[in-house]
Write a protein that binds this ligand. Structure first.
Ligand code: ZN
Length: 159
C-alpha cells in the first residue's frame, strides 16, 4: 500500500516539474513579447510618436503635454459624466437616509441608545476624515494643474 502511494506521488511530481517548462517555452518565443515591451516600458508621444520616459511632463521633441490625455467629448462620454454628476449627491442622500442610527438613538433600550450615539460619533469622525481627504485631493489636483501650465510657484515658502 505505501509503495503504490509513493510511486504515484513521484509520478505527479515528475509531471508537474516538466509541465511548466513545456508551457513557458512557446510563450517566451511568441511574437507578442516585443510589442508588450514597446508599449509598457517606454511611452510614446501622442503627437510626434517619439519614445518618451513615463515621468516626463512634456515631450522634449515637440512640447506636447504628456500628463493630460485628451478628454473624450463624445455624446457617450458626456452622458456618463452628466449622469455621474447628477447621481453623486443622491448616493450620499440614500446612504444617509438608510443609516439606522436615529432608530437606535430613539430606542427604549438604553443599550441600543448607547450604540446609536457611538455610531453617530463614528459617523461624524469618519465624515471629517473624508472631507479632509477630499480637500487634500482637490488641492493636489489644483497644484498639479498649475504645474502642467508651467506656473511652478512655491506655495510653502512662508511655512
Ligand atoms: Zn512629441
Amino acid at each position: 500500500m505505501p509503495d503504490k502511494e509513493s510511486t504515484k506521488s513521484g509520478e505527479d511530481l515528475a509531471s508537474a516539474a516538466s509541465a511548466p517548462v513545456a508551457s513557458i517555452a512557446p510563450v517566451a518565443s511568441a511574437p507578442t513579447a516585443p510589442i508588450l515591451v514597446s508599449t509598457t516600458a517606454t511611452a510614446v508621444c501622442p503627437q510626434c510618436h517619439l519614445p518618451v520616459l513615463p515621468e516626463y511632463y512634456f515631450c522634449p521633441n515637440c512640447g506636447t503635454n504628456l500628463r493630460l490625455p485628451p478628454l473624450r467629448t463624445t455624446i457617450g462620454a458626456q452622458v456618463m459624466i452628466y449622469l455621474f454628476s447628477a447621481a453623486l449627491p443622491w448616493i450620499a442622500y440614500l446612504a444617509i437616509t438608510k443609516w439606522p442610527g436615529p432608530r437606535y438613538m430613539r430606542s427604549e433600550d438604553p443599550r441600543a441608545r448607547a450604540i446609536g450615539w457611538v455610531a453617530l460619533g463614528i459617523l461624524v469622525i469618519s465624515s471629517i476624515v473624508a472631507i479632509w481627504l477630499t480637500t487634500v485631493w482637490i488641492n493636489q489636483q489644483i497644484s498639479s494643474a498649475l504645474n502642467d501650465v508651467g506656473n511652478i510657484g512655491n506655495f510653502g515658502s512662508g511655512l
